[in-house]
Design a protein around this ligand. Structure first.
Ligand SMILES: C[S@@+](CC[C@H](N)C(=O)[O-])C[C@H]1O[C@@H](n2cnc3c(N)ncnc32)[C@H](O)[C@@H]1O
Length: 177
């Protein structure tokens, strides 16, 4: 597994009680979707950041939408989510996708070694700018560009690469002390 997949895979596996604990939260999301789809026919649902599907009632969604696509970096988590609902990949399409471009552009590859070699602030900024620029040029959704009727974005914004960057910074401070 590549760094971002491995990181999220470990996080997604770290709490086996979450499906149970999130029952109320999952029901609230179901009600939210129900309220916003009432009276309309939506054929294709895309869920961004589906993970273990702990916050998704897939049985309900299967009744509500004709086709469902789940997207996440962690394919195993989505497969596990399907199993929870006794579904498989014939029922729901799974797409393994990294959303930031940091993976495909190799942002974390040799990052710590490189940062350790840089001893000048301007060079550091230039180095990081180049890395981010490369990531920004990765076309994230181009290969899956198709019309979806309803797109549900799971709370991924607090996760996207932030914790990995924190890990790098912890590792650097560990090395330098
Ligand atoms: C807090 S979870 C959302 C809850 C999830 N729907 C569940 O029920 O397990 C965030 C999800 O975002 C995914 N994720 C985090 N960073 C990602 C990235 N850079 N690219 C793609 N998926 C990412 C993780 O794998 C995780 O499944």
């Amino acid at each position: 597994m590549r760094p971002i997949e491995l990181f999220n895979h470990d996080v997604n596996q770290s709490d086996p009680t979450r499906f149970e604990r999130w029952t109320d939260y999952r029901n609230q999301i179901t009600s939210f979707i129900d309220d916003h789809t009432d009276g309309h026919v939506f054929s294709h649902l895309l869920v961004v950041g589906a993970g273990n599907c702990d916050d998704l009632d897939l049985s309900y969604l299967m009744r509500k939408f004709k086709k469902i696509t789940l997207m996440d970096i962690d394919l195993e988590a989505m497969q596990k989510g399907l199993k929870t609902y006794h579904l498989d990949e014939k029922d729901i399409e799974l797409i393994q996708k990294e959303f930031t471009g940091f993976d495909e552009s190799g942002f974390f590859e040799s990052l710590i070694d490189d940062l350790f070699q840089i001893d000048d602030g301007d060079k550091l900024i230039e180095y990081l700018n180049q890395k981010v620029k490369r990531a920004l040029h990765v076309p994230i959704f181009k290969s899956h560009h198709q019309p979806y009727d309803f797109i549900l974005v799971s709370p991924i914004y607090t996760q996207l690469v932030f914790h990995q960057i924190q890990n790098v910074s912890n590792e650097l401070s560990f090395i330098t002390h």
